[in-house]
Design a protein around this ligand. Structure first.
Ligand SMILES: Nc1nc2c(ncn2[C@@H]2O[C@H](COP(=O)(O)OP(=O)(O)OP(=O)(O)O)[C@@H](O)[C@H]2O)c(=O)[nH]1
Ligand SMILES: [Mg+2]
Length: 174
């Protein structure tokens, strides 16, 4: 199972809608995810699909209930809102140090890149102390930049989600 987590308003729902091939434009509105929402995401070759769950930011204290059987975590951060970064860092660190998540693969998804200026990616990673964090934790963390609004970077994220090697390992575990 792949799960999509991240702080409040970081852009999870719009990104999940984009991954689920829903129509998205400037007028698309999202509701706060107060619970858990499941999305069906089609593989790039269109041959199969998987289900991905989004847990809303408001329920961060209860994320743990949804983590058994999770092989991949997409952790979504709003790259255009650096004020939120420290909260995001605390949530991410809590997940990375959780003993039951040591074998999980992480994608750190910098969302809303259409709103961010170029340098913001580096600033976001700096504020997360990402270089240091990566040395301290066992998990592989792939950094991906996306905009759910424009669709930029979404193909790369799909490649990560449907990476054949990790999917194979995941099916062995089940
Ligand atoms: N410009 C821009 N705005 C975005 C993008 N993704 C999300 N937003 C906006 O950011 C706000 C929050 O987006 P959501 O996707 O609902 O955020 P969320 O992470 O699901 O929030 P919770 O479910 O409350 O945790 C909405 O107003 C979205 O339209 C993006 O890629 N670009
Ligand atoms: Mg949501």
């Amino acid at each position: 199972m792949t799960i999509c987590l991240g702080p409040l308003d970081s852009g999870k729902t719009l990104l999940m809608k984009r991954l689920a091939d829903e129509e998205i434009d400037e007028a698309t509105v999202t509701e706060k995810t107060l619970n858990v929402e499941t999305y069906r995401v089609l593989s790039p070759n269109g041959k199969f699909d998987i289900l991905i769950r989004e847990c809303g930011g408001t329920m961060a204290p209860r994320w743990k209930e949804y983590l058994p059987n999770v092989q991949k975590i997409m952790f979504v951060i709003d790259a255009s809102n650096l004020c939120q970064i420290s909260a995001a860092g605390v949530l991410l660190y809590t997940l990375l140090t959780d003993p039951s998540l040591q074998k999980v693969r992480f994608a750190l998804v910098l969302a809303k890149m259409d709103w961010s200026y170029r340098q913001m990616r580096n600033e976001a990673l700096l504020m997360l102390q990402f270089t240091r964090l990566k040395k301290e934790v066992k998990q592989e963390i792939q950094v991906l930049e996306v905009s759910a609004l424009t669709g930029d970077g979404v193909d790369k994220l799909k490649e990560w989600i449907f990476d054949p090697v990790t999917l194979e390992n995941a099916s062995k575990h089940n």
